[in-house]
Design a protein around this ligand. Structure first.
Ligand SMILES: Nc1ncnc2c1ncn2[C@@H]1O[C@H](COP(=O)(O)OP(=O)(O)OP(=O)(O)O)[C@@H](O)[C@H]1O
Length: 960
């Protein structure tokens, strides 16, 4: 930037400089080429009286206005001496073609008379003459238009002003224009530092003058570097150092020159690398400008760990769709759906409160009510409660909380549910026996239900003639014996019985079939031996059975009722247990298995079947859930297995034979066949729907979620189903947890019933040694498989023999290795498993004995308390479920990683368990105290500790 201090070219009136002596410089007005009026100074005294006379022309006082170096642009014209005439005689011709230019600094205007027209009082800038363009243009005098221009500069100026002087010593010259100016850098803001207007350096050339800046309002210098900018010789800023940054709550304006405060709704935090104001994060705001952070809206919070830039979040809304199902005596499983609004946070935990409310007063539920996996801090949307008393009105409240819930003054949102468990009802009567029969009556007896759940008030019998689709008939008996009269001679009747306690009726027993005597038979039959109740106690009973068999065969032969589907095979209804239990008939003995289906299964019209959802796929086609709605029957949920279209005859036969088998069985622990659709396509087999699906998957899903008693009851169910099947001489040949289905009440039912000719398809890990070596299937080989199922159940669906290869499993069995007890497995159960895994099949228990053993355990739960490896058994080496390289583990961290529990490393470290030795001594209580709260994890860790202990005492043989 250039600032003018003086410019004569703009003057139109008298300039008024001082000249000395008289007759020297003279101020005249001339017209320039464009005919504009110009004020000029002229001097021309070549014929001087005294040869060295100096003619001074001095400007007025020029204020320097801070200039350090001053530039002067002169416009002048000098007359060529050659054009002058010779002087008159007395005079000298002193012709020069130059003049001298001086300056002199002054603190202010000085009185004229104090001036001394002497060179030494002045500083000479230069002697000036015409430039190259000078032409000896004859005849054109001072008014000649040829003008020279020179720019001169001087400095440094350190006083308030100065004078200029032009000294002529005998030239003819005209000073047409004098312009005095200096360069300065204008006020500027750079890097948020402001720099005042700064004149260029007084030294001239490339030298710079430094300006020191200050941060603009609302900004602070960055670091300690000084804020400077340099003004170049021609008034241009250059070479900066240091800069400023806006204070928190303020941000740089768009032109980068100011730091205005952030407007309401925005903020800029301290130390933010971002130079803009940021909009407030969700659920927060600011009312004033210049905010460093935003304040959470009402009802929203930040945890102490969250920084002020985090969005604010709120507590979750209430869980919803809270409901429950009864899972056993005094036990319910409550489930709910996650809150619709999680308050903006990812986590949500649930706490369950249980109250007993009566007459408007609510108390906390008694100590006896237990919660699994826990009462508070639940991650999943399900909790299992047990120990609930029948008839007590309970209120369950499920609260949803997250990390900001405790910052809120409000109570966490919850859903509540009233529940009351009805008085427990008796369990099903397991079996019925015939005591007596005649042509019109049958006398039956039965044992008391295994769980009477109070006093049995009476029994209800339900019966109907086989093949009669009409109403069933009922009879009440106060004892466990009843005579049913008014029956048709020689007819087969199905009977069911159920007990009633204060809580109401229990479930009906499975249907059992008994036949009245034929018309020709005179003698009534008595079965006073109560055979099934005192099995094998009486030879007379055997004799009676023999007679019965012969009698029946003769009668059947006589009756020649070949059209009755039961006639040919009636011998199957006659067993060592007396009438009422039948053998299973292999459908492959029929020419067409569909015939077996029609004999044992009800044909269903497809119009009564409603498919709702595909739930899986089996070997033959899709498996669906649906509903069966038979006319004048209650609608039931069914599982529909379809035969894929395009299947061949062989597949159809195989598919239907399963229904042909299932249809012969009727037991609460064997999946019940509803019927089959064979007269339309696709062919379908309809069974009862088992809400919880396959047992293996269900166990894995519920890891750690069952009480020992629940596990034992589930196992009892499987054993009872198998006892029923083996009693009918049906060998399952592929009993695995995958082939057991679980319903909504946790009742386990045996499934996967296929005919033997469908190949030996037993999975190796479940197979008994004689099956593996000789393909010898028997009830005893099913018992071995049942032992493996027990292990699957108690290990919550762990794969038997873990990841060992088939070859390793075979070798281990060969060397009499057996699976060890899963973590927390009661010794009594493991002992039963070991019994099932006896190499000699004759030494294995029968299902009947297994059911009794389990019943004993249920009746006396104390015997389930001892856990782990039992020592009351002959030595039998154990398999380890630790990684095979257990000996290579050297630290607790490695051990935790090996069992996939590394998340607890810190807990073990903090509790000071830093050696494997120390860990091998930990108890269940220790594990809980150090913070392993999930019961599944506690079990896993404890199980591994047992093995660790065994590993650390390698020479001591382990007894089982
Ligand atoms: N009655 C049922 N109720 C509920 N789910 C069932 C029922 N029967 C079968 N399922 C489900 O359908 C799946 C397939 O049934 P299917 O009996 O055909 O099994 P599969 O032939 O052994 O095949 P996969 O081994 O693939 O399960 C089962 O694993 C089970 O989850």
């Amino acid at each position: 930037l250039q600032e003018d201090l003086l410019d004569t070219t703009q003057e139109t009136s008298e300039i008024g400089w001082t000249s000395y002596p008289q007759g020297g410089w003279d101020e005249v007005s001339v017209l320039d080429g464009q005919r504009r009026l110009l004020r000029t100074y002229e001097v021309c005294n070549p014929y001087a009286q005294q040869p060295n006379q100096s003619n001074w022309l001095r400007t007025g006082y020029i204020e320097s206005r801070g200039a350090r170096r001053v530039y002067v642009k002169l416009r002048f014209s000098v007359r060529d001496c050659a054009t002058l005439k010779p002087p008159p005689k007395r005079n000298h011709l002193v012709c020069r073609e130059t003049f001298t230019f001086y300056y002199r600094q002054a603190g202010g205007p000085t009185e004229a008379d104090k001036w001394e027209w002497a060179e030494e009082k002045w500083v000479k800038v230069d002697t000036i003459g015409p430039g190259k363009s000078f032409t000896r243009d004859l005849g054109k005098g001072v008014q000649g238009p040829h003008m020279d221009e020179r720019i001169l500069d001087f400095g440094p100026i350190n006083r308030k002003g100065f004078y200029l002087a032009f000294v002529d010593s005998g030239a003819c010259l005209s000073l047409a224009g004098v312009k005095v100016y200096f360069y300065k850098c204008p006020f500027t803001v750079k890097g948020l530092a402001s720099f005042l207007e700064t004149p260029s350096s007084g030294e001239g050339g490339a030298s710079l003058s430094e300006a020191i800046g200050t941060c603009v309002s609302g900004a602070q210098p960055i670091g300690t570097a000084r804020l400077s900018l340099h003004c170049g010789g021609e008034g241009e800023w250059m070479v900066s150092s240091g800069s400023c940054v806006c204070d928190p709550g303020r941000a740089e304006s768009e032109d980068g020159t100011k730091c205005p405060a952030c407007p309401p709704g925005t903020y800029r935090p301290p130390d933010s690398p971002i130079s803009r104001c940021l909009p407030c994060p969700s659920n927060s705001n600011t009312i004033t400008s210049g905010a460093l952070g935003c304040v959470c809206d009402k009802g929203y919070y930040r945890t102490p760990e969250e920084n002020p830039q985090s969005p604010c979040t709120g507590p979750p809304s209430a869980p919803w769709d809270l409901n429950y199902e009864v899972t056993g005596p005094g036990a319910v499983s409550a489930s709910w759906r996650a809150p619709k609004d999680l308050g903006g946070r990812p986590e949500v935990l649930y706490s369950v409160a249980c109250k007993e409310c009566m007459g408007g007063r609510c108390l906390r539920c008694g100590e006896g009510v237990t919660f699994r996996p826990s009462q508070v801090g639940l991650i999943h949307t399900r909790v299992h409660l047990s120990g609930l008393l029948p008839g007590v009105p309970y209120t369950l409240e499920v609260q949803a909380v997250n990390q900001v819930s405790e910052l809120s003054p409000e109570q966490p949102k919850h859903s509540s549910l009233n529940l009351s468990i009805s008085q427990s009802v008796p369990s099903a009567v397991p079996i019925m026996h015939q005591l007596h029969r005649s042509k019109q009556s049958i006398t039956l007896t039965w044992p008391e239900p295994e769980q009477p759940n109070g006093k049995i008030l009476d029994y209800q019998l339900c019966y109907r003639e086989k093949g009669d689709e009409g109403e069933s008939l009922y009879l009440i008996s106060e004892t466990n014996t009843a005579t049913i009269g008014g029956l048709n001679p020689g007819a087969i009747y199905s009977f069911q019985v159920r007990g009633r306690s204060e809580g109401g009726y229990g479930a009906f027993s499975g249907s059992m079939y008994f036949q009245t005597l034929l018309g020709g038979s005179e003698q009534a039959e008595h079965q006073v031996d109560k055979l099934p109740l005192i099995v094998g106690s009486c030879l007379g009973a055997l004799a009676f059975i023999g007679i019965s068999v012969i009698l029946f065969l003769i009668l059947l032969y006589k009756s020649k009722r070949r059209e009755t589907p039961y006639t040919d095979r009636l011998q199957h209804y006659i067993t060592s247990r007396g009438l009422g239990v039948k053998y299973y008939i292999d459908p492959s003995t029929y020419e067409d298995p569909a015939e077996a289906v029609h004999e044992f299964a009800r044909e269903i019209d497809v119009t009564f079947v409603k498919i709702e959802e595909v739930i899986g796929s089996g070997d033959f086609g899709e498996v669906c859930r649906g509903r069966l709605c038979l006319p004048s029957k209650r609608e039931v949920a069914v599982c529909i297995r379809t035969l894929r279209t395009g299947s061949g005859e062989k597949e159809r036969a195989e598919f239907l034979s399963e229904a042909g088998i299932m249809g012969q069985f009727d037991h609460p622990n064997v999946v019940h066949l509803e019927g089959a659709v064979t007269r339309s396509r696709p062919i379908m087999i309809l069974t009862e729907h088992m809400e919880n699906g396959a047992l293996d998957a269900f166990l894995r899903q519920c890891e750690g979620g069952f009480s020992t008693l629940q596990m034992v009851s589930m196992l009892r169910g499987v054993a009872a189903g198998m006892r029923y099947l083996s009693d009918r001489s049906y060998n399952h040949r592929n009993l695995t947890a995958h082939n057991v289905l679980v319903n909504g009440q946790l009742v386990c039912k045996v499934s996967g019933l296929r005919p033997p000719e469908q190949g030996a398809r037993q999975s190796l890990r479940w197979a008994a040694p004689e099956v593996l070596q000789l393909h010898k299937f028997s009830s005893a080989s099913d018992v071995w498989s049942y032992g493996i199922v027990m292990w699957e159940v108690t290990s919550y669906g762990e794969r038997p023999y873990w990841d060992m290869s088939n070859q390793e499993v075979l070798e281990a069995l060969e060397q009499d290795y057996r699976l060890p007890p899963p973590p927390d497995c009661p010794s009594a159960l493991h002992l039963l498993m070991l019994d099932c895994w006896q190499r000699e099949r004759a030494q294995r228990p029968r299902f009947e004995q297994i059911v009794s053993s389990l019943d004993r355990m249920i009746r006396n739960p104390n015997c389930l308390k001892s856990v782990g490896v039992s020592s009351s058994r002959p030595s039998q080496p154990l398999l380890s479920n630790c990684p095979p390289d257990l000996p290579s583990l050297s630290s607790p961290h490695e051990w935790l990683e090996a069992i996939k529990m590394q998340r607890y490393k810190e807990n073990f470290d903090q509790a000071g368990y830093t050696t494997l030795e120390a860990i091998s001594r930990l108890t269940a209580e220790d594990i809980r105290i150090i913070g392993v709260t999930l019961s599944g994890h506690q079990k896993k860790i404890l199980g591994s500790i047992q093995l660790l202990k065994a590993h650390l005492q390698p020479l001591e043989p382990l007894e089982v």
